[in-house]
Ligand binder design. Structure first.
Ligand code: NAP
Length: 305
């Protein structure tokens, strides 16, 4: 068992990381690093710096803090010779994420920039089905209610918080996994509330091969919540819905396997550590950064939770 420290005890740490770690055959939760959050029965430290100083036995650190500030935390862990797993997005900027990868290589430790949505049940099946198909058009709709899924998380709309791209980057992590050709950004519009720094809604046109990709991201979606990708191909329509959890293919019954995203991430992290390898794919965050570069911004009504 690899002793692991979990940093940033908030929503995703409690909802997903703690249950996955409790069931893990690879990791033992040995310590936490969080300013306020604690886990019963586990040694708690206020920061990663304090944790690594006090606990040489903790070989790996998993970061669940917001992206802004994550660079310094991850660097502290890497500098102390610990393997590091990052929640998505891997850092607040592409250059920070690249620098972390370089530092991990130099230190001889594993860096795993996770994309949990890629581990959704039907993503691999979608990728396999699309591998030989001609892609004619792609439609991405990632629309959820920020008040339901991120209650009170002001950091999401603050500088470095990604706004609606905090969930939206999950769609891009799936798209870059399942589409055979690279995606590029053509244009974007972003709606930024008058009292916030980051977009609460966005439309982006990408291209993949010769095909257009029409993506809409919305944080103000009430009623039905939508996380789906549709791909029109020469063999008919692929529909990947429920964040990658359900797959509809032409003429076949729908597939919807069990949600094992976080157990799969921790298994992959353990495999990387054992192989002495890293996995840092920056394409999803690069696409978000490119969308910010070309975006036409509109100031919209102030937003309060
Ligand atoms: P969260 O509920 O706000 O938890 C993050 C925790 O990080 C906080 O509880 C806080 O704990 C700590 N923290 C350290 N510096 C902070 C700062 N400057 N501002 C706010 N908190 C800070 O956020 P979350 O939803 O768990 O998201 C964390 C990361 O997981 C994000 O990168 C997000 O994209 C990713 N993620 C979230 C979800 C989801 O459904 N929520 C799903 C998948 C991935 P202390 O106060 O104890 O330090």
């Amino acid at each position: 068992m690899i002793k692991l420290g979990l940093a940033g005890i908030g929503k995703i740490a409690r909802d997903q990381h703690l249950p996955a770690l409790a069931a893990s055959e690879d990791f033992e939760l040995a310590a936490t690093a969080s300013r306020n959050g604690r886990v019963d029965g586990v040694d708690g430290y206020a920061s990663i710096a304090e944790l690594v100083a006090a606990r040489p036995d903790v070989a790996a650190i998993s970061l669940c803090t917001p992206p802004e500030g994550r660079f310094e935390q991850a660097m502290a862990a890497i500098a102390a010779g610990r393997h590091v797993m990052l929640e998505k997005p891997p850092a607040a900027t592409v250059s920070e994420a690249g620098a972390l990868a370089q530092a991990a290589r130099a230190a001889g430790v594993t860096l795993f920039a996770t994309w949990h949505s890629r581990e959704a049940a039907e993503v691999d099946a979608a990728r396999d089905w699309l591998a030989d198909r001609r892609i004619d058009a792609v439609c991405i709709r990632w629309m959820e209610d920020i008040r339901q899924w991120h209650p009170g998380q002001d950091w999401i709309l603050a500088p470095g918080g990604f706004g609606v791209f905090d969930p939206g980057i999950n769609a891009l992590s799936i798209a870059t996994r399942i589409l055979p050709d690279p995606l590029t950004v053509l244009s974007a519009t972003m709606d930024v509330p008058a009292n916030r720094a980051c977009p609460i809604a966005a439309s982006v046109i990408f291209r993949t091969g010769g095909a257009p990709v029409d993506a809409k991201f919305d944080f103000l979606q009430t009623g039905e919540q939508t996380w789906h990708i549709e791909v029109e191909t020469d063999a008919g329509l692929l529909r990947l819905t429920e964040g990658g959890g359900r797959l509809e293919l032409p003429g076949q019954p729908a597939l919807d396997g069990a949600n094992m995203e976080y157990p799969r991430l921790y298994r992959a992290f353990a495999d990387l550590i054992r192989r002495g390898d890293s996995d840092v794919d920056l394409r999803p965050i690069q696409l978000v950064a490119d969308a910010f570069l070309v975006a036409d911004r509109r100031i919209t009504e102030a937003f309060e939770f």
